[in-house]
Design a protein around this ligand. Sequence first.
Ligand code: IMP
Ligand code: MG
Length: 176
Amino acid sequence: MKETTRVLIPEEKVDERIAQLGEQISRDYEGKQVHLIGILKGSIFFICELAKRITVPVTMDFMSVSSYGAGTKSSGVVKLIKDLDESIEGKDILVVEDIIDSGHTLSYLLKNLSSRNPASIRLCTLLDKPERREVDVEVDYQGFSIPDEFVIGYGLDYDQRYRNLPYIGVLSLTEE
Ligand code: IMP
Ligand code: MG
């Protein structure tokens, strides 16, 4: 298969939107400390940029769950691969995700995290593909709502590649 990419959201637009989200989060968490939970690996670029734009005290932890493997379709099966290093009990949690597609991953994660007695739990995603939703997930902060296309870059991968693109692109696969 031949892989071609085109820009969907340019780097400046992504950075600008992340700065806005950072301001909004800083206002909403005024007087509190926010504990960011990044979902590996897709959210790493986003969480770094976002954390730099938050002005209230920030701590961070990471967890990893299985998603699509090498394909571009969700299996609906979610597996915990790496758990958090620290307890979240009594903390104000903000889950930071790259993209919400079917909603299976976040639905599983939010249930799992809620059972650990955090003070509060909210969700921030860089991208959202609402047309593809199979399970309801409440999104508190969203960067961009995008159409049903497979995207790469800014942390998002296809078969582990393209994460390092500084923009959000659309990947097309065609017969060679
Ligand atoms: P969900 O469980 O279907 O909501 O899928 C969530 C996960 O699938 C995300 O955290 C991504 O890792 C991956 N994913 C979903 N859509 C895309 C895409 O368009 N490009 C790259 N990864 C995606
Ligand atoms: Mg992910």
